[in-house]
Ligand binder design. Sequence first.
Ligand code: FEO
Length: 393
Amino acid sequence: MKAREIRPGILWMGAIDWERRLFDELIPLPEGTSYNAYFLQGSEKTALIDTADPAKSDALMAQLESVPRLDYLIIQHVEQDHSGSATLVLAKYPEVQVIASPKAVPMIEDHLGIPASQIQAMADGDTLSLGNWTLEFIHAPWVHWPETMLTYLREEKVLFTCDFFGSHLATDALFSEDGSRVCEPAKRYYAEIMMPFANLIKGHLRRLADYEIEIIGPSHGPAHNRPQWILDAYEHWAHDAPKNLVVIPYTSMHDSTSLMVDYLIEALIDRDVHVHSFHMSKTDLGEYAIHLVDAATVVFGTPTVLVGPHPSIVLASYLTAALRPKLRNAAVIGSFGWASKAAEKTKDLCGGLQVDWMEPVFTKGLPKRETYEALDRLADEIATRHRGLETGA
Ligand code: FEO
């Protein structure tokens, strides 16, 4: 694919990865992704911001065929889907100066084998002249690694953000326009990659409020030519209180737990509580993560396997805690054959989750009248705790 013009002198480069369906051997990519690099043609100097995943190096290197001289390679983030073609770029342009944050320097040595002597570290707020253009570097740790920095092209009011404000979306659209097509993939991306760092993101958003921004160029998904919608969306996702929504990650082996989950869903609906269940042996983890952005309560539903929760609920518990959502309440429901510590072990797996745990509901074998009565009490408790929360279907 050819390079495409973002603005005169600013080119999108990189690759659209239409086929990729899994990232980090964990994150589903139902709509593929892209690896965006940006080439800047200043009046005196040229710069390339980020590169491409090694699997798509050929596309980037073909685009660079028409670039005779590259002065700067800016590595905003060392994760290989952006930096993984850097060594090829260095091989093509032996005189190029690598630019990165100070924290990135040893990481670039470790991950890419590029010696520190070839890297110029930029402090927060440092600038670099391309002649007519000035690049300002803004340190933004944890979006998504500790070394990440953003690059602001002052004269054009263009902000390059790497993972920040990105979306895993393969599309021929260069720009997100009003966001209607990109909002859902961007929310999925926020949930999977950014949500664990929401408190830091609040600080980054406050800082960016001082910048005039006409275009945001992330390194996944379309660029934002009307960036207010993605800035507003991030404000909501990071700041808003959780909504009147219960998520139920569950699995079932012989239907006892699924009967309980079905009953609880109806009991919650009867009490005007929104609910979304996820069969963890079948669900797309990203769908679950998206709903965690807004949910106030999680209820894990698990049969008992070797005294503890089913392995798919072990994964769900671990991921729920790791993503650090805004959840306020949690419970475990489920079943067992002869004995169980599934509730206690599920709670232990959620160690870092700052929630108030409600009474678990478990049944030996099939659920009975007292099981359903206990589920009614749980639904009552959740409805009481959700009183006053905004709708969150
Ligand atoms: Fe898209 Fe953190 O790399």
